[in-house]
Design a protein around this ligand. Structure first.
Ligand code: ACO
Length: 431
């Protein structure tokens, strides 16, 4: 970051001396006011619940311009990456800062392939869960348990350990998500196969059985790869900030990423794709397109507690660029499967059309986010609703690990320790 000529001056109406605060500029996006000395000099904290105006770190991985609807990984627009590169290219880029050349890509693919099996004992660990456990509950447990199964890569001061744990996480996530699915179905686990692509292998581990192999459909493989790419990183969102905060204590990466998985589960974050599909299915079962108007009235009524899931975003105040790419993929997948007249897709398009014209949504700058369409694609591929968020976690793992690694390597890195405005009882004594 670069010190700007601009400076901020903080003055107080009670006569306390004013304070000059340095301003820093990044490559793109808003400047930041450095308040690190504020408490020492003024005995005051800043107050920003929900981090609406707070940059918690400096980062060179992902950039979002919410007003323009722009998303860049390491400077490359998401549209170019989604259309011209595959997910493992994107993983390499996010981890290393540059796209791989052919030899680097071949080597990276090989490293991921060589780590895609999980310790056999993890199968028994997984079998301890109830059959009806939610896949995100299983995944939080499995990722956390990796610190027990792969304890030999948990020295965070050793760059080799950090690299191996990154590869292990990226390689084993598809295997673990597919295992969580197979377990709840009561089917045997399917081992990975190294002659398939990352996305193709995941689809096969999900849908093959020992009695019948699964032939990977290239359209579905490409769609799954795109879902992974679109979800790979998204700067300092709730789960990434959770990974950074958890990792700032010096805990191992598996523990920190397990915290990220737990955070992602919530319906305001990664759980929105599952919630969005439930919403579409409910609406379809209760009148479909004919009832959209009535439903929208509920969404606009604050007291109803109903939100249009898959709409709105803390940062995007314009169309989420990932939603456009996802809509394109939805059309491709539905056409490849002969499902062009899918009623849920029609319903989603109608909801989108009405919302984009409605003053309530226009005034609040609410647009579809990536989750509005991703559930429809995954449902068409055969993925059950409960697995959507686990697939999001699989895809986001590379972002989490790269952000964690960036934090650990930052000389300014400190344990994250927010302060508070205490509003409880003053000192009192037991009578
Ligand atoms: N439906 C209806 N109204 C909405 C929606 C929505 N989906 N989203 C926001 N609003 C309204 C709010 O009621 C509020 O209205 P008000 O000003 O009259 O009170 C206004 O828009 C601002 O909303 P906030 O909740 O303050 O915005 P915030 O930035 O905190 O929330 C969030 C962003 C959580 C994503 C929100 O838009 C939401 O709940 N969306 C639905 C869930 C969803 O799709 N999440 C996925 C996020 S993307 C991802 O994680 C991949």
């Amino acid at each position: 970051m670069k010190l700007s000529d601009n400076k901020a001056t903080l003055s107080f109406s009670n006569g306390a001396p004013s304070m000059e605060l340095p301003v820093y500029s990044g490559t793109l996006g808003p400047d930041v006011i450095d308040i690190r000395k504020l408490y020492g000099q003024t005995d005051m904290f800043t107050y920003d619940p929900g981090f609406l105006s707070t940059a918690s770190c400096q980062s060179s991985i992902t950039y979002i311009d919410g007003d323009k609807g722009e998303l860049l990984y390491r400077g490359y627009p998401i549209e170019e990456l989604a259309q011209k590169k595959d997910y493992l290219d994107v993983c390499y880029l996010i981890l290393n800062g540059e796209l791989p050349d052919a030899a680097q890509k071949a080597d990276f693919d090989l490293q991921v392939n060589r780590h895609n099996m999980v310790h056999e004992q993890m199968h028994f660990f997984l079998r301890g869960f109830r059959r009806d456990a939610h896949p995100m509950a299983i995944l939080t447990g499995l990722v956390g348990a990796m610190s027990a199964f792969y304890h030999d890569s948990t020295d965070i001061t050793d760059p080799t350990h950090r690299h191996i744990s990154a590869i292990r996480l990226i390689a084993k996530m598809p295997t673990m998500v597919a295992m969580a699915y197979k377990y709840t179905k009561g089917q045997p686990f399917i081992y990975p196969r190294n002659d398939l692509s990352y996305a193709g292998n995941f689809l096969r581990m999900m849908f093959a059985t020992p009695c019948e192999d699964y032939e990977v459909n290239p359209v579905l493989e490409r769609a799954m790869d795109r879902i992974f790419t679109l979800h790979a990183d998204h700067e300092q969102n709730a789960s990434t900030s959770t990974v950074r905060l958890c990792g700032s204590s010096g805990t191992n990466p598996f523990a920190a990423i397990a915290a990220g998985v737990a955070c992602l589960w919530g319906p305001a974050h990664g759980g929105a794709n599952e919630a969005c599909l439930h919403m579409l299915e409910d609406l379809q079962a209760n009148g479909g397109v004919a009832k959209v108007g009535e439903f929208m009235e509920k969404v606009k009524d604050r007291n109803s507690g109903v939100r249009l899931m898959g709409f709105g975003h803390r940062v995007y105040k314009n169309y989420d660029p990932r939603a456009k790419l996802m809509q394109e993929t939805t059309k491709e997948v539905l056409a490849a499967l002969g499902l062009e007249n899918d009623p849920l897709f029609k319903l989603a398009m109608e909801l989108e059309r009405i919302a984009l014209e409605d003053q309530y949504f226009v005034d609040r700058k609410l647009y579809p986010n990536v989750d509005f369409y991703s559930g429809i694609v995954q449902r068409a591929i055969g993925v059950p609703n409960e697995l959507f968020t686990a697939i999001f976690a699989l895809a986001r793992t590379v972002g989490w690990i790269a952000q964690w690694n960036e934090m650990i390597s930052d000389p300014e890195y400190k344990i994250g320790r927010p302060r508070q405005l205490y509003v409880g009882e003053g000192v009192r004594h037991i009578k």
